[in-house]
Design a protein around this ligand. Structure first.
Ligand SMILES: Cc1cc2nc3c(=O)[nH]c(=O)nc-3n(C[C@H](O)[C@H](O)[C@H](O)COP(=O)(O)OP(=O)(O)OC[C@H]3O[C@@H](n4cnc5c(N)ncnc54)[C@H](O)[C@@H]3O)c2cc1C
Length: 472
């Protein structure tokens, strides 16, 4: 089999869909999406049922369809804050994007259950169907788009990196609602967003705090949800915090000092104030969620798990006993993958990467927008330097240097500036653009952010260089 297309997009997850959505809206291109999975939406198709976004839904998904229901969270530890969307809603949303936006154009094809290797375009790319083994040769007239470079690992699809002894029940969080009631004790493995969701689920569904053990390989800094509320109703709190964060970045004498300043101004949170976190994955948490987590009966900080056995946990720094009727919940999949950055625009290939952190879908949509604009790859790449995802807090200044440099360069291109001022996925700029010149109080907040930005950028460069030097 053979066919032709203008753009072959490898990966129909949130990134591939956000790219395709913006591209077909702004051009007459024909787009083919190919994915190993059977439906669009990427890893969201395999997530646990009680997953939620950790950022407001108002700036997640694709540019053309709102995901947010326009309501505040009505109950639970995030009550009162902007809606986060639940897993089934997110999956249904991406299926809707396909059915209602992409398919009706007549210019988008989806090839499910198939694998493609990013080849060179223009030229044929081979797509192999995973069930039939059948091969399709796709002639790509314009570009191959790699939207799968940062394919997420989720608990339901990853292979745990520890041994599970015979007779022990160790499940992904997908099974928690079904299995939890059959066990007297629950041991949650991992300290990322998934583990936090599992613990909050257990505690808010009646599991006694004393029946929970939490294995925390590393403590993390979190963004405070209260400070990430991009609506006019929360304008003052959100943007005053942005100003305070820039001022902290400008004044910090070290990464440690920066973290303490971020905490002092309420922008960052941590689980235990007596422990200095090393991890930083841009997770966002509310004080309500933190309050629940602090109730957990037993927290074990002895490194990563190496083996789970009946009544026993083996860890990098020793072993501990746990009740023999424990259900182990594997939340150790690392959604994030670390790959070296490559240019986003490189001749016949586009490689989707984060150019604003932590905003993968915004980054993909901006990539598509720039693709439809005149200009060379070099001109486009000038405001599209990939921001490498952080692992530790020491990585934070570097990520911010690239992020701020991209913002600065983007603002110099009038078409991009206009696009940003209207972009739903960017989340914040359209709010700034909406304040009138007579709104003196809010203009003062904006002015404070502007004034702090150049010294913040300069100081972050120094902090980034210092951490690079220390790790060399
Ligand atoms: C629990 C959780 C909560 C999150 N919350 C947020 C949030 O609130 N806000 C936010 O911005 N982000 C959030 N994220 C990050 C999230 O991962 C991204 O927003 C986004 O979903 C990533 O989409 P993706 O398309 O890049 O990757 P994926 O969803 O992994 O999609 C990549 C797709 O590519 C396919 N693929 C890979 N290789 C090939 C190949 N060779 N051929 C064909 N197909 C291939 C895979 O099958 C996969 O379907 C969250 C992540 C998790 C795990």
């Amino acid at each position: 089999m053979t066919f032709e297309t203008d753009y072959l997009v490898i990966g129909a997850g949130a990134s591939g869909l956000a790219f395709a959505d913006e591209l077909v809206r702004r051009s007459d291109a024909h787009v083919t999406l190919v994915d190993r999975r059977d439906a669009p939406g990427g890893h969201w198709n395999d997530v646990y049922p009680f997953v939620r976004l950790h950022q407001p839904a108002s700036f997640y998904g694709v540019e053309s369809i709102e995901l947010d229901r326009g309501e505040l969270e009505a109950s639970g530890p995030n009550a009162g804050w902007m809606s986060l969307s639940e897993g089934p809603e997110i999956v249904a949303y991406f299926h809707r994007v396909w059915r209602e936006k992409l398919l009706p154009t007549g210019r988008v094809r989806f090839i499910p259950m198939s694998e493609a290797e990013p080849g060179d375009a223009p030229g044929p790319v081979t797509v192999r169907h995973r069930l039939s083994g059948e091969r399709t040769s796709v002639t790509v007239r314009r570009k191959v788009v790699d939207a799968a470079r940062f394919t997420n690992a989720v608990p339901a699809t990853h292979q745990p990196g520890f041994e599970v002894a015979a007779g022990v029940t160790c499940v992904p969080p997908n099974d928690l609602p079904r299995r939890a009631a059959g066990f007297g004790h629950h041991v949650v493995l991992g300290a990322g967003k998934t583990a936090i969701d599992a613990l909050c689920w257990l505690l808010s569904h009646g599991a006694p705090a004393s029946s929970i053990t939490w294995v925390v390989p590393r403590d993390s800094w979190f963004f405070n949800r209260a400070k990430v509320q991009p609506t006019m109703a929360h304008f003052d709190g959100t943007f005053t915090s942005a100003a305070e964060q820039r001022e902290a970045m400008a004044a910090a004498t070290s990464v440690r000092d920066l973290a303490q300043r971020m905490e002092a101004c309420g922008a960052w949170l941590r689980l235990d104030r007596s422990i200095e976190p090393t991890m930083f994955h841009f997770a966002t948490l509310s004080e309500g969620e933190l309050g629940l987590l602090r109730r957990v009966g037993r927290t074990i900080r002895m490194g990563r798990v190496t083996a789970v056995e009946r009544g026993r946990l083996r860890l990098q720094r020793g072993e501990v006993e746990v009740p023999s009727d424990s259900l182990f919940v594997d939340c150790t999949a690392s959604a994030l993958s670390y790959k070296p950055p490559v240019p986003v625009f490189a001749g016949p290939r586009i490689t989707i990467q984060m150019v604003r952190i932590p905003q993968p879908t915004f980054s993909a949509a901006l990539t598509a927008f720039l693709e439809t604009q005149p200009g060379s790859d070099d001109e486009r790449n000038a405001c599209m330097r990939p921001v490498v995802m952080t692992d530790t807090v020491d990585d934070y200044p570097r990520s911010q240097v690239t992020d701020l440099a991209n913002r600065h360069m983007a603002a110099r291109i009038p078409a991009v500036r206009d696009w940003l001022a209207r972009s739903r996925l960017e989340g914040f700029t359209h709010l700034l653009a909406a304040i009138g010149p007579g709104d003196v109080a809010r203009q003062a907040i904006v002015q404070r952010i502007r004034a702090a930005s150049p010294p913040a950028f300069e100081n972050l460069q120094r902090l980034a260089a210092a951490t690079r030097g220390a790790s060399a």
